[in-house]
Ligand binder design. Structure first.
Ligand code: NDP
Length: 301
C-alpha cells in the first residue's frame, strides 16, 4: 500500500485530483508552472517539489498531462532517480502505443506502469467522483486501486497496458461525434423556424437524446457560455487517437475519420483553447444561424 504519492501536472483535472489524494496519503506535487504547485501546497497541505526528479521519492507517481508526449519526457527525467517497485499511474488521456513503450522503459527500471485515464470532467474531479479506466496487470491494478479510489466514483480494470487509453479514446470519440450530430440537427431545425430550446425538450424525452443533448447543449450551447473546462484541442487529440487505433487494426471507420477532420477544422477556425462544445460554432458558421433560444415569444395562436 502506498504511503507517499506524487502528482505531476496540476491542470484543470490534476489540481483537484491531487487535492483528494492528500486527504489519505502524504502527497508531493510538481507542475511546470511552479506557482501552481505552491498554490496547491498552500490550499491543500501538499508538498511542492522544486525539481521533477524528487517525485521519485514517492511509492506511487501520478501524471495528468495533455498528451503521452509530455508523459514520455517526464518519465525520462524521473527515471534515473526511480527506486524499483514504484507504481506509475498515468491519468492522461494518452495513446496506447506510447503507453506500452513507456511501460517497457519503466519495467527495465523495476517499476510498473498503468494507464488510468479519467472521465467526469472538472466537476467530477472536484467532487472526487471520476470514472477511471485502468490498463495494466492484475497485480498492478490491485496495488493501484486503494490510491485511485481517493478521487474516483467508479474504477474499472479494462485490460493490459494501453487498454485504458483505448477505451478513453473511443469514449471521447463518441462525445465528438455526438456534439457534431446534435449541432447539425439543431441548426437544421433553427433554419426550419423551430426554437432549439423547445426542440431539445422534445429530443430529451425521445430516442435521440444523449448526454450531449441533455447536459452540454442546455448548459453550454443554448446559454452561449461555452465555459472552458475541457479544451477543443484536447478532444481533437482524443479523436486522432481513436482514428489511429482503428487504422492500426485496418478497420473502415468513416464516421470517426470524418468527425476527426471536422474537429481539426474547428481547431483552426474556433481555436484549440476554446471549450470542446464550441465545435458547434463551426457548424453554425456553415448554416449561418446560432443555436440559441428564439428571442420572440412564440405566439402563433
Ligand atoms: P490542462 O491544460 O488544464 O492542464 C495541463 C497540465 O499539463 C498543466 O499542469 C500543464 O502545466 C501541464 N503541462 C503542459 N505541457 C507540459 C509539458 N510540456 N511539460 C510538463 N507539464 C506540462 O489539461 P486538463 O487537466 O484539462 O487535461 C489533462 C489530461 O486529462 C488530458 O489528457 C485531457 O485530455 C484529460 N482529460 C481532461 C478532462 C477535462 O474535462 N478537462 C476530462 C477528462 C480527461 P502548466 O500549468 O505549466 O501549463
Amino acid at each position: 500500500m502506498a504511503e507517499r504519492v506524487a502528482f505531476i501536472g496540476l491542470g484543470t483535472m490534476g489540481y483537484p485530483m491531487a487535492g483528494h489524494l492528500v486527504r489519505r496519503f502524504e502527497t508531493l506535487v510538481w507542475n511546470r508552472t511552479s506557482a501552481k504547485a505552491e498554490a496547491h501546497a498552500r490550499q491543500y497541505g501538499t508538498k511542492a517539489l522544486s525539481s521533477l526528479s524528487e517525485a521519485a521519492k514517492a511509492d506511487c507517481i501520478f501524471t495528468c498531462l495533455p498528451t503521452s508526449l509530455e508523459v514520455e519526457s517526464v518519465v525520462r527525467e524521473v527515471l534515473p532517480a526511480l527506486k524499483g517497485g514504484t507504481l506509475w499511474i498515468d491519468c492522461t488521456s494518452g495513446d496506447p502505443n506510447h503507453s506500452r513503450r513507456i511501460a517497457q522503459e519503466l519495467k527495465q527500471a523495476g517499476c510498473e506502469y498503468l494507464d488510468a485515464p479519467v472521465s467526469g470532467g472538472k466537476a467530477g474531479a472536484e467532487a472526487g467522483t471520476l470514472t477511471v479506466m485502468v490498463g495494466g496487470s492484475k497485480e498492478g491494478f490491485a496495488r493501484a486501486l486503494p490510491v485511485i479510489e481517493a478521487f474516483a466514483g467508479k474504477v474499472f480494470h479494462v485490460g493490459g497496458v494501453g487498454a485504458g487509453h483505448a477505451v478513453k479514446a473511443i469514449n471521447n470519440m463518441l462525445l465528438a461525434v455526438n456534439l457534431l450530430a446534435v449541432a447539425e440537427g439543431l441548426v437544421t431545425l433553427v433554419k426550419e423556424g423551430v426554437d432549439p430550446a423547445v426542440a431539445l425538450e422534445v429530443i430529451n424525452v425521445s430516442t435521440g437524446r444523449s448526454f450531449v443533448s441533455e447536459v452540454h447543449f442546455p448548459e453550454r450551447v443554448l446559454t452561449r457560455a461555452f465555459p472552458p473546462t475541457f479544451s477543443l484541442g484536447l478532444l481533437a487529440k482524443d479523436a486522432r487517437i481513436a482514428v489511429s487505433i482503428a487504422r492500426q487494426a485496418y478497420l473502415p471507420t468513416p464516421l470517426i475519420q470524418l468527425a476527426t477532420e471536422m474537429f481539426e477544422m474547428a481547431r483552426a477556425q474556433v481555436g484549440a483553447d476554446a471549450d470542446h462544445t464550441a465545435v458547434v460554432k463551426l457548424i453554425e458558421s456553415w448554416a449561418g444561424v446560432q443555436i440559441a433560444p428564439l428571442q420572440e415569444a412564440r405566439n402563433d395562436g
